[in-house]
Design a protein around this ligand. Structure first.
Ligand SMILES: NC(=O)c1ccc[n+]([C@@H]2O[C@H](COP(=O)([O-])OP(=O)(O)OC[C@H]3O[C@@H](n4cnc5c(N)ncnc54)[C@H](OP(=O)(O)O)[C@@H]3O)[C@@H](O)[C@H]2O)c1
Length: 258
């Protein structure tokens, strides 16, 4: 077992970035239902206050921010520490997607994907990790994707940001696990959210955001480093990682028709 399992969430102080919709919103709701105290962040403050209004106010702390802004991250984290005196788990789920192929490559859109999916996670870690080291306890989870395993059509830049996050989580684990800090990487398959609603192709093994939240909590309870789901889909993609590139390309072309 690579991490200490987290099975009991009651009273845990959680910071969830990306909590305004999709998987993050469903996960925030599941954590609140289990008695965690959850500081919720995203740019859409209205959605965060709506979430807070729907539950016990003392257990939810809305901290609207743009996670690409260092100042906003620092100010929000200071507010959370003021309120709860520390952090137990940081969940970095912020992300965006813009389907792109080689012939639609747009440097500005690509830069935006890198800023939101990769740079904002680095900025978040730079704020959180020193505190986790000081406390000598806690955990951080980074949401990547199975799109980070290998190159895929339409995921020209999205996939590259997610591959970087998997590598980043592995390096973080190597450094932080010996210091008693948990590091997790979450690799979902297809989940129905505003992010995938822009996909025009049929998404195999599509699950709901609520199911995804359940899988993430099961993953924390198992103590594994990588939380991937649904297994009926992700196990195949894991197998595909070991194929020679030529064979992989033939299979992916056949499977996607792209
Ligand atoms: N859905 C899938 O099939 C799937 C599969 C694999 C991985 N993932 C990953 O799962 C995570 C959640 O995605 P989702 O599918 O639930 O999509 P979503 O509903 O679009 O959620 C994305 C979240 O990230 C937040 N966010 C985006 N940019 C931000 C910024 N600059 N600062 C702060 N928050 C920001 C959004 O809030 P605001 O817009 O309010 O800021 C929202 O809360 C993402 O990292 C995504 O890449 C999703």
């Amino acid at each position: 077992m690579l991490n200490t399992p987290i099975r009991q969430w009651k009273g845990k102080r959680v910071w969830l970035i990306g909590a305004s919709s999709g998987i993050g919103l469903a996960l925030a709701q599941a954590l609140i239902a289990r008695g965690a105290r959850v500081a919720v962040s995203a740019r859409n403050g209205e959605a965060l206050y709506r979430l807070a209004a729907s539950t016990k106010p003392a257990n939810v702390l809305p901290l609207p921010l743009d996670a690409t802004s260092r100042d906003e991250l620092q100010a929000a984290f200071a507010q959370m520490l003021d309120a709860w005196g520390g952090i137990d788990v940081a969940l970095l789920l912020q992300g965006t997607h813009a389907p792109m192929r080689a012939w639609t490559l747009d440097a500005d859109v690509a830069r935006g994907l890198v800023e939101t999916n990769l740079v904002s996670v680095l900025e978040s870690l730079a704020v959180i990790v020193p505190r986790l080291l000081e406390q000598q306890q806690g955990a951080v989870a980074i949401c990547s994707s199975v799109a980070g395993y290998r190159g895929l059509p339409t995921a020209l830049v999205y996939g590259a940001t997610k591959a970087a996050l998997i590598n980043l989580a592995e390096s973080l684990y190597i450094d932080l696990a010996p210091r008693g800090i948990g590091v997790w990487v979450v690799n979902p398959g297809f989940v129905k959210t505003p992010l995938t609603d822009r996909n025009e192709f049929r998404m195999p093994a599509l699950i709901s955001a609520e199911e995804a939240a359940g899988h993430i909590l099961d993953g924390f309870a198992s103590g594994c480093f990588e939380i991937h789901f649904p297994k009926r889909f992700t196990r195949w993609l894991k197998l595909f990682r070991f194929l020679p590139f030529g064979l992989y390309v033939r299979l992916i072309r056949r499977a996607t028709g792209l």
